[in-house]
Design a protein around this ligand. Structure first.
Ligand SMILES: [Zn+2]
Length: 105
């Protein structure tokens, strides 16, 4: 269980990028290693989501996440279940939905 925020996504981008595009990775769409080098130059404690977008070219690495319960995007969600992977059992739930869950009788 962990809290997912814009900052937590920014702080993990270098490691996740390296996992997604390891050394020796080749494809024809973009300079993955150049992007990695640029990400490594960022101070992740102060970098913004816009800084990542400018380097990567899209917002998907640091953006409000979709709650698996209400379907809305939220700046903060809680990740429950297994660590995310292609076949993991992982859900993201917003705090509003977590509060509703606690009121269930
Ligand atoms: Zn929700």
């Amino acid at each position: 269980m962990k809290l997912i925020t814009i900052r937590s996504q920014i702080l993990s981008v270098v490691n996740l990028w390296r996992e997604a595009y390891p050394k020796g990775y080749t494809d024809s769409s973009g300079d993955k290693h150049g992007i990695y080098a640029s990400l490594c130059e960022l101070d992740l404690n102060t970098a913004s989501a816009e800084d990542l977008e400018n380097i990567i070219g899209n917002t998907s690495w640091a953006e409000p996440q979709i709650c698996d319960e209400c379907g809305e995007r939220h700046e903060e969600t809680v990740q429950l279940g297994e660590d995310p992977d292609y076949e993991s059992t992982t859900v993201l739930v917003c705090k509003k939905c977590l509060k509703k869950a606690l009121k269930l009788r």
